[in-house]
Structure formats: structure tokens, C-alpha cells
Design a protein around this ligand. Sequence first.
Ligand code: PLP
Length: 375
Amino acid sequence: MSLSNKNKKIYITQPLLPSITSLNSHFDDIWTSKIVTNMGKKHNELESKLKNVLKVQNVSLFNNGTIALLVAIKALDLPVGSEIITTPFTFAATPHCISWNGLKPVFCDIEPNTMTIDADKIEKLITPNTSAILGVHVYGFPCDVEKIDKIAKKYNLKVIYDAAHAFSAEINNNGIGNYGDITMFSFHATKLFNTIEGGCLTYNDERLIRKIYDLRNFGIQSEELVEDIGINGKLNEIQAAIGLENLKLYKAEQEKRAKIKAFYDEKLSSIKSITIPKMPENTTNSYQYYPIIIEDDYPLTRNELYEKFKKENIYTRKYFYPVCTDYECYKNNASVEASDLKVVNNLKHKILCLPYYGALTIDELNTIYEVIKNG
Ligand SMILES: Cc1ncc(COP(=O)(O)O)c(C=O)c1O
């Protein structure tokens, strides 16, 4: 007999949505002003509030995280055709943004505990063509920002971070968006804090403010001056309003997820062939994903467990399988041969992200646990 209510599908997440009534006054404002996009009042209010939430000096909002990352790379004026060292254990957007900028992704292996780019393996991939390192704070686990910073200084490289999963995460009480030259956050509907689609860049160099502002708006500097080859990266007023309301809700959602994490941590720690990756001591969790590692001595493979969940109408996710170096467009990338991708090529077959959102009931959590426990 099935363990769960067959009619109800449990997905990996549910979007955090404000009540419709809380949006009414925003709609009134927007309809009255007739300013619906192009850096309006709601947009600017959200930008300014996010500076405090993320504990950073500068925030530029975008219509999604991918365009934000595309602009981050563009804003750094890296030499045409140069190489950016990055991780294959990420979403497609990360290396695609490098490629869309006419640059080459060079894939580096990951560190087994944090699953982020292995800073100890970066140096041997540096060539005279390397211009930057692009680390991903995957699941909100922080990259080794100090080691990466040292390497970047030694070789005069730029550093970009993809913090799509790391909203509000901190390292030593410092907002994670303060590391490197530019950091990108995604506000996609699947992200804990969301504007349905959206994202932002954070950075400390004041000279980037104008550059990023213009690149986000087609490179237009003034009515009669277009200087850079920009793009349309603007977040509209309705999405900004959803962001303003979700800012009031995200902490309560994190608290609910903290309880779910405590449940999973306690129950799953008793299953010896399941490993729960641990956040480093000095960091705060973004509560974006709950990954587990299905070890070789577990009775089922990761794929078998994934299928077993599906039969129960529970949709876990194999984040990240395939990894970027498996994609048709990157499998012949020169670095795939040159790099030792041992850790990532092992982990990609074992990783599974469990459903993780505040509205999960205790019955649903118990069902998820039973599926794993019974193997
Ligand atoms: C690691 C990572 N980078 C970049 C992105 C792209 O962000 P967006 O969906 O906001 O374009 C995502 C995904 O959603 C992601 O998971």
C-alpha cells in the first residue's frame, strides 16, 4: 500500500507568496502613478531595503538572476576570449553566462564537504588567459572565500559569486554578498525570497553603480547617449511589490524550514548510509535546499530512491545531475580532460534534494522519512 495521499503531489518547494490583499495597496499606487517599470518607486524601495537585509553597500535589481549574472561578467570588462574558472556542480545558468559573454568556462572540481569549487584545485587551472573565478555558494553552502580571495590577488583575477541559493546567508556575521567583486542572487519563484522572476547584484566598488545601471538598461546613459552594449534587465513594479511583501515573510518561512531541517537532521542521522552535508561553523544557513547523499551501502541507488519517491507522488530533485560538464554543449570543453573532476563525478550520482518548504506537514515529513528508512 502507498504511504502517502496519492492525490497530493509533494514538490521540492512551494513559492512563498504574499496574500492578495497585501498587494492591493501596491497595485493602487502603481495604477495611480502609471509608472509600471523602468526603476520606479517600488523598485527603488526594494533595492534600498535589500541593502539592509543582505548587509551590503550596493544592490542592483534585475528581472532574473541569469541576466544579472550576465551583466556582472560584462561589467568587469574581462578580455575577450579569456577563461573563467568555475564549478560544474551548478545550474546551467552559471557557465552559460560565461559563454554568452564570449568567454570560456574552465571547470574545476568541487570540495567534498561544502560541494563548492575546490579552492585547492584552482591554481593548477590558471593560465595566462585566466581572467576570473566564478564560485557558486551551492545550496547556500559558502565557497572558501578567503582562499579564493588570496588566489585572485596573487594572479590578479576578478572574483564573481553566484549566490542564487544563498539569500541572507552570512559568513562570520558578514553578508555573503560582500565577497568577491560582484555577487548575484536569484529571486526566482523556487527561491526562498522571490519576486516570481528576479534577482540582484551586490558589490562594494562604487564605480560599478553607474556601469551596472546602464548595462541593465540597454547601455543607455542619457536620452542621446548609448555607450555600452547593454541588455534589458529591469525588474518591473509588480514584481518589486511582491518582493516588498515577501521581505516581510521570508524570516517566518526560514523559521519553519529550520524546524523541518531539525526533523530531517534528527531522523536521517540514524540511517547510516545517508550522509547529511554540514554547513561550516561560521556561516548562517539560507534554508534554500536540503541535500542528502545516498552512500554506496544504502540498499537503493540514488536513482532508485528518486523513482520510489515518485511512486509516492513525492518529487525530489537530483540537483545537480547531470553536472554542467555532462551537457552536450560542454562535454567537449578542454577543461573536462585537463581537470580532475573526481569528486563531482562521484557526488552527482549520490545527491538528492528533499522537499523543503514551510507548509510541509508532519505527516508528509514522516512519509518522506519512511520512504528513505525502508530503503
Ligand atoms: C546556481 C544558480 N545560478 C543561477 C540561477 C539562475 O537564476 P534565475 O532563475 O533567477 O535566472 C539559478 C536558478 O534558478 C541557480 O540555481
